[in-house]
Design a protein around this ligand. Sequence first.
Ligand code: FES
Length: 129
Amino acid sequence: MSTSSFLVTGIRKGCARSFRRPFPFSMVQSCLQSTQQPIPAARLPCRVKVSAGKRYAWCACGHSKKQPFCDGAHVKKAPTIAPLRFTPDKDSTVMLCACKQTKNAPYCDGSHFRVIFQDIVKKVKGVFK
Ligand code: FES
């Protein structure tokens, strides 16, 4: 990555204040960490029964082995992505996002279709290489 594209990426991600002074390594490193993206844990949502008043921590980074809930894996693998805590109002069965691309976290909003489509495009491009 060139320096200018690195700067643009950092500024776009809200790291502009990190670049007002010379580039200490820790600032650059913290900026790089803030650009971490969640990884899809699965391509389809998880159907889960939730209880009213119980607190849940939905995995937002995609590294948890207990999908769709957090197991603390973000501490080492994605320290800038915290789990989303939520408390349902009533007992119900919900579809929790596992692709980690939803705009309505922690619930599935259909964004996983885009992830599936991107996977297909990558496979097709691989065939014609
Ligand atoms: S599983 Fe993520 S939006 Fe459906």
